[in-house]
Design a protein around this ligand. Structure first.
Ligand SMILES: C[S@@+](CC[C@H](N)C(=O)[O-])C[C@H]1O[C@@H](n2cnc3c(N)ncnc32)[C@H](O)[C@@H]1O
Length: 780
């Protein structure tokens, strides 16, 4: 890409810098750049490498698959099942579907090899699912029926096991094999004599289960002068109400999650992950997701399935059920998001995620449009964009990527569209729409103090240890939601956005009066960063200047979050550095002070002097206390704080490496003292230091001290955020787990508070989003 960029003539770059969609100059710059590339050999080279399957490493390869299979076999014989599992998955990723290995289909063989490993690892349901997959490909695969029978025995499903083994006996061709199955059958039949055989339900593929809560609130779109379109409710809405639920228009997994999360539903990948049938990039949690993303199903050879027709009545019915239930349930959507990328080509793996997402948006349009009229594409999408406000580098990148992407898509869509100034400019706009409207899909993950994470939602706890649990938000994907894009941003949001699988849910966290905007946070919010940092982030990421109440009205959090303390011993005033002060001064000037502030408000406590001034004559200087006007030498305080922070960082590293010494804790305690004597009591840095020290004390078993420091951290965060903010609930999760370990009765209060906050933010979905909650509830 850099070669392409460097070769573009300066004159053309200048036109791109000045290009605008409004004045229609964008089409000309797109057309000129396209013409330039057409005569530039390295461009053709780039496109060939990206879009020609013969150059790509993402296709299927029998040789590569067999190599991984061999490595898997070796690890299996060495009883290294974890590695064997991984090698068989890698082999499956690369195995071409139609290829045989000895007499059996290679993919089916690999599923069975992996099923045996899963059985050894006692992952029985996963083992059963792999057997089903092998049988869907080769219904008369005796080894697969046999393995299925063995897994069913381990699961206590004797009835199914007997059926499986009977089928295995019937389809097994060798006498030795038949004898082995017979002896296995005899053992189960003997065991089952005199006992009632339990009929278990068939183990199905993972399903995308969601709780059936539907939004009941009527919303309408309104137009506002400062934020464009926005969404408002038609009547008053109480906190915790579900106001919106939506499936995405298009999604893409983030590169760093490709090996850990399902490429379709974004949930954690299980041990029996399912690779794409036609290329070696995506991994799915189930066949359902694989089919929904790629549109391809395992194909059963008719010749092979005929063998099952010879089975006696009941057993034949049973076999048909095992190998076909997925097909019956599965409704295949013609518009699948991965199909057009799925020819083993390189571009979906190497282009930036946003560009691959733009490809998915375009592909969705193309597969739905009859004429391939790409000129009307952007209009149909009805999303806002920021092309005019994008910096030059982004404008240039989007021109280059739009041309490259269209050439890559051409390989899948042939003559459905022509590549010219019109189509390229449409894709440039789509790229800028993605910049403004794309949501990051996140998952909540809890990590205990020993670094173990809750992968499956199923917790196994030792009765004596209640581990501290840190709640972490993991960014897993990017998605476009068409109606969801109409909700504006606020740094003091009244709506909380979260995701179950790929579905977006929006829930109110405050009372919202009829006609008032429902606003969510695009990332930054009051309490997380100061006003300047939030505004810079929104400018860089979304290209707008935030006009929300949090950025225009004075609030306690923005004043104290980075503040120093006053030199006067008992003064609670905040002292600001110039960077923060500039931003706050703007707000103070426009804040109707006497009306809004009550004298005993915290905010009055930290900047009383400022409020006593007439707003016309406000003259605050960096380094002067906002309450009493005393001067502090911020340079010397900054030096002390920086030194103390080095020490806190050392403790953080020690926590990460689980190597905490008494010296590192006592050094951190001294640093905490220095922070407290230089920074304002509500400064976020103190909260973070308290939190680190709490974690360290927990790890060395000093649980009471851990509780004390955890509480100190929460007290500050309650000043920076709303006391009922979800961030406080995350902190309370840590506190309550240590309190439980101590047998401290106040755990009950902490857990009730967590429950109340979670149900406001996640409603009926709270337990699904954060299964650890169920464990905490059980404890009280
Ligand atoms: C996802 S869209 C929201 C819907 C948009 N207002 C529309 O008309 O389509 C994001 C765009 O809305 C505007 N916007 C959203 N929140 C804003 C805020 N707090 N301040 C200023 N503009 C905002 C910006 O133009 C931003 O690029």
């Amino acid at each position: 890409m850099e070669t392409l960029k460097a070769a573009i003539p300066n004159e053309l770059k200048q036109s791109i810098r000045d290009s605008s969609n409004v004045e229609d100059t964008l089409r000309d710059t797109c057309s000129s750049l396209h013409q330039f590339f057409l005569h530039f050999q390295p461009f053709h080279q780039v496109v060939t490498e990206l879009a020609d399957p013969s150059y790509a490493l993402c296709g299927k390869s029998k040789e590569a698959s067999l190599e991984y299979k061999q490595l898997g076999n070796q690890c299996f014989f060495d009883a290294d099942y974890v590695k064997a599992l991984d090698y068989y998955t890698q082999a499956l990723r690369r195995a071409p579907f139609e290829v045989g290995d000895m007499k059996t289909n290679l993919v089916a063989t690999l599923y069975i090899n992996r099923a045996i490993v899963l059985h050894k690892m006692n992952l029985l349901v996963e083992c059963l699912r792999d057997c089903n997959r092998a049988l869907q490909i080769c219904p008369s695969y005796a080894k697969a029926w046999y393995r299925r029978g063995k897994a069913n025995v381990s699961l206590g499903n004797n009835r199914d096991a007997i059926c499986d083994l009977n089928i295995a006996k019937s389809v097994e061709s060798s006498t030795g094999g038949k004898r082995q199955v017979e002896s296995e059958l005899k053992i189960i039949l003997d065991q089952s004599k005199g006992t009632n055989i339990v009929v278990q339900p068939q183990y199905k593929e993972n399903s995308l289960s969601t709780v059936g809560e539907m939004p009941q609130i009527k919303l309408r779109s309104v137009s506002t002068p400062d934020k464009g379109r926005g969404m408002v409710p038609s009547h008053d809405v109480s906190p915790g109400s579900l106001v919106h639920a939506e499936e995405p228009y298009a999604t893409i997994i983030l590169k760093q999650c490709r090996e850990t999360h399902c490429h379709y539903c974004f949930n954690d990948l299980p041990a029996d992950r399912v690779p794409c049938i036609s290329c070696s990039i995506p991994l799915y949690c189930s066949q359902q997701c694989q089919i929904k993303a790629g549109g391809e199903m395992f194909r059963i050879s008719t010749e092979d399935s005929n063998i099952l027709k010879n089975l006696p009545g009941d057993i034949g019915k049973y076999a048909a059920e095992v190998i076909q239930y997925n097909d019956c349930e599965q409704k295949i959507d013609d518009v699948t998001e991965h199909k057009h990328e799925c020819q083993g080509v390189h571009w979906p793996a190497v282009l930036p995620s946003e560009i691959v997402l733009a490809g998915r948006v375009v592909a969705k349009f193309l597969s739905k449009s009859s004429s391939g009229d790409i000129a009307s594409f952007v209009e149909n999408l009805e999303l806002s964009h920021c092309y005019e406000h994008m910096p030059f580098e982004s404008k240039l990148d989007s021109h280059i990527y739009a041309i490259v992407l269209l050439y890559c898509l051409k390989h899948s869509y042939g003559t459905m569209f022509s590549i010219d100034g019109i189509s390229i400019s449409q894709v440039v706009i789509v790229i800028s729409q993605i910049k403004v409207n794309c949501m990051t899909v996140v998952r909540l993950k809890s990590i205990d103090a020993h670094g173990l994470s809750d992968q499956s939602g199923g917790f196994t706890f030792h009765s004596s240890v209640h581990l501290t649990s840190n709640v972490e938000q993991v960014r897993v994907g990017k998605a476009i939601y068409k109606a969801g894009s109409l909700f504006n941003h606020s740094c003091q949001p009244n709506v909380h956005a979260y995701f179950l699988s790929r579905t977006l849910y929006l829930r109110t966290t405050k009372v919202v009066a009829a006609g008032c905007q429902l606003e969510l946070s695009y990332g930054p919010q009051v309490g997380l960063w100061d006003c300047k940092d939030r505004q810079n982030f929104l400018k860089d990421e979304y290209a707008f200047h935030c006009q929300c109440a949090g950025c225009s009205e004075v609030n306690l959090s923005d004043i104290v979050i980075n503040a120093f303390r006053c030199v006067k011993p008992n003064c609670s005033g905040a002292v600001l550095e110039s960077r923060v002060l500039e931003c706050e001064k703007q707000k103070i000037k426009h804040f109707p002070i006497p009306n809004k502030v009550i004298k005993n408000d915290d905010i009055y406590e930290v900047c009383l002097h400022t409020f006593n001034q007439n707003d016309a004559s406000i003259n605050i200087q960096p380094g002067y206390c906002l309450k009493c006007g005393s001067y502090s030498d911020l340079e010397s305080s900054r030096t002390t704080v920086d030194k103390a922070l080095i020490c806190i960082k050392r403790l953080q590293d020690a926590i990460q490496s689980k190597d905490i010494s008494n010296t590192s804790i006592s050094d951190a305690l001294r640093s905490l003292h220095l922070l407290r004597s230089n920074l304002h009591a509500y400064n976020k840095v103190i909260a973070e230091a308290e939190d680190n020290i709490a974690q360290a004390f927990c790890l060395v078993g000093e649980l009471q001290l851990s509780v004390d420091h955890c509480k100190a951290s929460i007290q500050i965060l309650e000043k920076l955020y709303d006391p009922d903010d979800i961030v406080i609930a995350y902190e309370l999760v840590k506190l309550s787990s240590v309190q439980l370990s101590l047998g401290d009765d106040s755990a009950v209060d902490s857990i009730s508070r967590i429950g109340a906050i979670f149900s406001r933010y996640y409603g009926l979905h709270a337990d699904l989003v954060f299964p650890y909650l169920q464990y905490l509830r059980r404890e009280i």
